[in-house]
Design a protein around this ligand. Structure first.
Ligand code: SF4
Ligand code: MSK
Length: 656
């Protein structure tokens, strides 16, 4: 921890690290306390310029080989690999890792579901039987007159193919618009099971296998699609069936949700089962009484990162912040216990927790941290783990040492806009319909739809790009759908409320005011990006906006991305037909054939394309220009021009 002194000259002022006031306050406190956070480590770690451009390869011991990013075709690797081979292989492995993370998560949720419907688990039961039937119907499983468990067993067996199927198309291909599926078949990128695709990508990126960047890019798309329309979609759909489909729920976000006079327990990670069980433990009479006996007023359960976003959507559980704030929140001194499961769990949490006496526990056998206590979560005895975490938290509360400083920032927002709820919100309680959304896009009140998602990270000012990008999009009548850490950035900025419509353009504001919805809809965690795909498929199915996903006036962005999961998500959106813009950095050398393929060539094949930009306003206008291009191709650009010019003309254009 002593390194902080040596770093002083390199450190950015806290206000330049983040736009989140609470996180800035904690960065300053940590610096006073001599505790190093991710922001400080980033200042001390200059990114390798060759790695940042993906101009190096270490796939065999004849290397590692470094090419020159400034003159990418001047050299080849020892084996003769060109820059296009090297960077497409590197990109492929990022997609494989990201897809593996989502699909392993989805498979774990499906396995739990299997235990429930086979009657082997007494701790969980199906919460949403309507969705059970809906999902089963959507992939051709007979539901008429059958018991929930019988439908469930068939659904489990069928969806397991999402992971294990060696040949043929995975079950959720039945949800893909026909024209999009035709393109995928023509391109040879319809996914088989994720295990098959990930295994093949790892083989093809071994030295001396696939050395044609175009051929490899097909496998990159296929693997990413096995995540978006496969592993992630199963995680979302089965999560909804098991734990309930989200509906709009009010929740508080930011570090001000911590309570000095209560036992604060944070759950951070991605899998909903640990968090659901923690909710049972922290609200049990025995635990609440134990907390009171220790002098606390109660137990305050709080989420962080993506499982936090899911719990916020399903239960209104308060949320303390996104990925860049997971260490900073511990600096408050008020976190009595933090239980983590998988993904985006910084190893640095261990040292920070030690400094402030927070009880930190890993719970998943896939994710242990050297020196951090492990209490394993078992689905056949979930409370065994979560009760123990709560007991340790109560004990830490009783023995709290050191000053507590809780920032008083918190914002109230509405979360939990599932694909289904958007249909009910627009169509009415009994008439789930996307017709009003399509009509308002066709008549130009809504210009288009943008998915703004992804991480926060220390190489760019936390939350800044997310918030400014989304504000510019809604100002230009683009309805924004959000997931993951990005959703938390906007929630902290206080914009996930219907009143944010005053920042929207006149057309979008009018729709929001009529329906009573915010112009920015929070849809959940990283795996819930699949909700954006299903919403897009509903838009195509509803009609009037083309026949393929690539026809829709939509765009996507992850302006502060950092994880390989984000690259997998970006690639499945691109392969699905969406223009997707990333910020901060892009892991590719400029002026190469591979870059041209990702940024232009894929669109020419009927898919989407990648974009990159580091300025939020410029990024918004790249997305808007793409949306306008699609409106023009659909022949609905005139409607929008008249909306902007004249209210009477706009009324004449109403489709309803
Ligand atoms: Fe170098 Fe080729 Fe080995 Fe990569 S695979 S390290 S480019 S020799
Ligand atoms: S947690 S992958 S930092 S969104 Fe899903 Fe946030 Fe990115 Fe992790």
């Amino acid at each position: 921890m002593g390194e902080i002194k040596d770093l002083k000259s390199k450190l950015l002022p806290a206000r330049d690290c983040t736009t989140c006031e609470a996180t800035a306050q904690m960065i300053n406190k940590a610096r006073r306390d001599g505790v190093e956070l991710v922001f400080d480590r980033a200042a001390n770690m200059k990114p390798c310029p060759i790695g940042a451009e993906s101009a190096c390869c270490k796939h065999c011991s004849m290397g590692p080989c470094r090419l020159n990013a400034k003159d990418p075709y001047a050299k080849v690797g020892v084996c003769g690999a060109t820059i296009d081979t090297i960077q497409s292989r590197n990109f492929a492995r990022m997609v494989a890792t990201g897809s593996a993370s989502h699909t392993d998560h989805g498979m774990a949720v499906l396995q739990l579901f299997g235990e429930v419907v086979k009657g082997h688990s007494k701790d969980y039961e199906i919460q949403d039987t309507r969705k059970l039937v809906q999902v089963a119907d959507s992939i051709g499983i007979e539901t008429e007159g059958r018991s929930n468990n019988d439908i469930g067993v068939d659904l489990y067996n069928e969806l397991m193919k999402t992971y294990t199927q060696v040949e043929g198309e995975i079950p959720f291909m039945k949800r893909v618009p026909e024209k999009t599926l035709e393109t995928w078949r023509k391109e040879g990128i319809v996914p088989r099971g994720a295990m098959r695709e990930i295994m093949e990508i790892m083989n093809r990126t071994h030295i001396g296998v696939d050395q044609d960047y175009e051929n490899l890019t097909k496998q990159i798309s296929r693997t990413a699609l096995s995540d978006g329309w496969g592993g992630s979609m199963v995680a979302t759909e089965i999560g909804d069936i098991l734990f309930g489909t989200p509906r709009p729920t009010v929740a508080e976000v930011n570090m001000g949700v911590l309570k000095e006079d209560e036992v604060n327990v944070i759950v951070h990670g991605h899998e909903p089962n640990l968090f659901e069980s923690m909710l049972v433990s922290t609200t049990s009479k025995a635990m609440v009484e134990a907390a009171k006996a220790a002098g606390a007023k109660g137990i305050n359960l709080v989420g962080m990162c993506c499982s936090g976003a899911e719990m916020m959507s399903r239960h209104g559980i308060p949320h303390a912040g996104n990925f860049m704030s997971t260490e900073a929140v511990i600096v408050t001194g008020a976190v009595d216990a933090m239980a983590v499961d998988i993904q985006c769990i910084k190893q640095g949490l261990g040292k920070v927790a030690e400094c402030y006496g927070t009880e930190l526990f890993t719970t998943n056998p896939r994710c242990r941290i050297e020196g951090v206590k492990h209490i394993e979560f078992h689905e056949d005895d979930p409370l065994g783990c979560t009760d123990e975490v709560v007991i340790k938290a109560i004990s830490r509360f009783k023995n709290r040492k050191g000053a507590i400083e809780i920032p008083n920032n918190k914002s109230v927002g509405i979360h939990g806009f599932s694909t289904e709820y958007i249909g009910y919100m627009l169509g009415g309680t009994f008439r789930d319909s996307y017709v009003p959304l399509n009509e308002n896009i066709i008549n130009g009140r809504i210009r288009g739809v943008a998915g703004v998602v992804g991480c926060t990270q220390p190489r760019t000012k936390q939350d800044y790009m997310h918030v400014e990008l989304v504000k510019e999009l809604i100002r230009n009548d683009v309805l924004v759908l959000q997931t993951g850490c990005s959703q938390i950035s906007l929630a902290k900025a206080g914009l996930l409320i219907p009143e944010a419509a005053h920042l929207a353009g006149a057309g979008l504001a009018e729709v929001c005011e009529t329906v009573g919805m915010p112009p920015i809809l929070g849809m959940g965690s990283c795996v819930d990006n699949s909700r954006i795909l299903t919403a897009a498929a509903r838009m195509v199915e509803t009609g009037g906006l083309g026949h393929a996903l690539a026809d829709l006036p939509v765009a996507g962005a992850a302006p502060e991305w950092m994880s390989e999961k984000a690259i997998a998500i970006g690639q499945y959106f691109v392969a699905s037909g969406v223009f997707t813009v990333f910020g901060t950095t892009f892991p590719i050398t400029d002026n190469t054939k591979f870059k041209k393929l990702l940024f232009e060539g894929l669109e020419e094949k009927g898919l989407g394309k990648w974009g990159f930009c580091n300025d939020p306003i410029e990024m918004a206008h790249m997305m808007i220009a793409h949306i306008d291009k699609k409106r023009k191709q659909l022949g609905i650009d005139k409607a929008r021009e008249r909306v902007l010019m004249d209210m009477a003309d706009r009324q004449k254009l109403d489709v309803a």
